[in-house]
Design a protein around this ligand. Structure first.
Ligand SMILES: *Cc1c(COP(=O)(O)O)cnc(C)c1O
Length: 218
């Protein structure tokens, strides 16, 4: 068993335990392997181990790395998890199956235009600045209803809500708050949880966890 295979199996096992504790079905939870800064040589063992969902932060890096692998394996799904400039919307719509970082009207508009042009509708998560932090990506909690309405009225397909809690504080209250927002607005998907806190996120309802370092280190 490769290191990648072993780490992935351990993470899937932890997800399974967390789901069982919360009386959830672990099959509702997608593990996105975050591969920003990792080379295709590091990523290949994960693909061989059966991993299908991968997350990248930067459009340019993803464009350099992924097209050959995706051409040879049409089952791979690429997720955009980083801040997205509207002028990268065309590349993003062509490359990504899921975009987790939609957080403003201008980006909804740019992605909608490109989706219509490419006749390809990526799934999108509305990213919420759940800790209301300055300088952080994500929309204000007060803007969630209007942005959800805009996405629902667009060619984009709404996957759910995404958040990155503040660092160095207990993340669970923020996961619970995102879950509460999703419930209030009739949204089913929750992209939350990273290497240090994905088990807590799964207990609180995550349907997608984004895990990088725990898959590649240790
Ligand atoms: C890098 C990144 C992750 C993965 O973080 P790890 O702590 O390495 O698991 C998850 N989500 C986003 C948005 C990221 O930028």
């Amino acid at each position: 068993m490769s290191d990648a295979e072993r780490r992935r199996a351990q993470i899937l096992e932890s997800i399974g335990r967390a789901a069982a504790l919360a009386r959830r079905d672990a099959r509702e939870v997608t593990l996105v392997a975050v591969t920003k800064t990792r080379s295709m040589a590091e990523i290949a063992p994960l693909i061989a181990a059966g991993q299908r969902d991968f997350g990248e932060s930067r459009v340019s890096e993803a464009l350099e790395k992924w097209p050959p692998a995706m051409a040879s394996d049409p089952g791979l799904r690429l997720h955009c998890i980083g801040r997205l400039q509207s002028n990268k919307a065309r590349d993003a719509v062509r490359l990504f199956d899921v975009i987790h970082s939609v957080d403003r009207m201008s980006l909804v508009a740019a992605l909608s235009e490109e989706a219509a042009r490419a006749d390809r509708a990526p799934k999108v998560y509305l990213q919420v600045n759940i800790g209301e932090e300055a300088q952080k990506g994500g929309c204000a909690i007060a803007d969630v209803p209007a942005l959800l309405a805009a996405i629902r009225g667009s060619p984009l397909s709404l996957a759910g809500l995404m958040a990155i809690p503040p660092v160095d504080v207990e993340p669970s209250p923020f996961f619970a708050l995102l879950a509460e927002l999703a419930l209030r607005h009739d949204v089913s998907g929750l992209s939350m949880g990273m290497s240090g806190d994905y088990a807590a996120a799964v207990m609180l309802g995550a349907t997608t966890v984004r895990v990088g370092s725990a898959l590649f280190e240790g």
